[in-house]
Design a protein around this ligand. Structure first.
Ligand code: PDD
Length: 281
């Protein structure tokens, strides 16, 4: 695989970053994951806009322009012949020559910019979409600026391991009795004709897929309620689902051992998935 590091396209085995990189030592970096369907980037603009916001919220320099980033994404997809898959992008506060809590001067420490592709043939036909996910709830122990897409992913990783240890697929995180989001996705339930999901705030990541799906909900003639909800409420729903750039719309069929409806993926989440994939191609 050819990857991109600080202006160069290199074989992945030759790509290097410093041991003093702030992301390595302090998780001082932000990232984006953009999906590729039929060789085309899905909602690049949304990801570029969120990236700019993450950088600015952390007082990090802007890094490459949107046009440069688009060019790098396209070039990597082309070189690596990605039809379906993902492009991962990470920008860190760079590598000062030592470990120090104080931010380095951006004039002397430029950001580290890394991009690579992950080829996933058949990404849109994930068999999981036909079966649905089983979810377990865990306390949300992350920091309180989850709207910034930082590379501090230890707790979400632990969440996936907690789910895996119980033979389940993923976790929904709960704070003050209400669901925030999934380990790496936004969380929803459907009751009647209404999609319920947590409103945007610093408590959750502002999903690019979330924004698209809520737009498409109208097309599916569904209502949207953005409000806090509990695990108990979701367990009583007709359907539930998650969204992310890598999972698109993925049905949820079980929460904390309780099957939703008949325990099979429902028609409404399936319809939203279909619309999302159609619109993204
Ligand atoms: N995760 N919430 C969290 C905590 C996330 O990490 C993600 C994305 C989302 C969904 O955002 P979007 O629809 O823009 O992908 C919500 C990516 C896919 C990841 O970490 O791999």
């Amino acid at each position: 695989r050819t990857v991109y590091v600080n202006g160069e396209y290199l074989p992945e085995t030759e790509a290097k970053v410093s041991i003093f990189d702030r992301a390595f030592l302090m998780a001082d970096g932000v990232y984006e994951v953009t999906s590729v369907l039929d060789g085309k980037l899905v909602d690049f603009d949304g990801h570029a806009t969120r990236l700019a916001r993450s950088l600015s919220e952390l007082d990090m320099p802007e890094g490459p322009s949107r046009d440069e980033l688009l060019e790098i994404h396209r070039e990597l997809v082309r070189i690596n012949e990605v039809t379906d898959g993902l492009v991962y992008l990470q920008i860190t506060r760079g590598a000062p020559g030592d470990r120090d809590f104080v931010f380095p001067d951006p004039a002397t420490t430029p950001p580290t910019v890394v991009l690579f592709t992950q080829s996933k043939p058949g990404l849109a036909d994930d068999p999981k979409a036909k079966v649905g996910l089983s979810i377990v709830s865990v306390d949300d122990l992350r920091w309180s600026r989850r709207d910034i897409k930082t590379v501090q992913l230890l707790y979400p990783s632990m969440g996936k391991m907690i789910a895996k240890a119980q033979g389940k697929d993923d976790v929904w995180m709960v704070e003050d009795g209400h669901v925030t989001e999934g380990s790496s996705n936004n969380a929803y339930f459907i009751k009647g004709n209404t999609i319920v999901t947590r409103p945007l705030s610093n408590d959750i990541l502002h999903g690019i897929t979330r924004a698209a799906v809520l737009r498409f909900a109208e097309e599916a003639q569904m209502a949207v309620e953005e409000r806090l909800f509990t695990i108990a409420e979701a367990q009583e729903a007709d359907e539930a689902f998650i969204t992310s750039a890598s999972a698109f719309v993925m049905p949820v069929v079980e929460i904390d051992g309780v099957a939703l409806g008949d325990g099979k993926p429902g028609p409404k989440a399936a319809r939203l998935r279909e619309i999302y994939l159609d619109e993204s191609r």
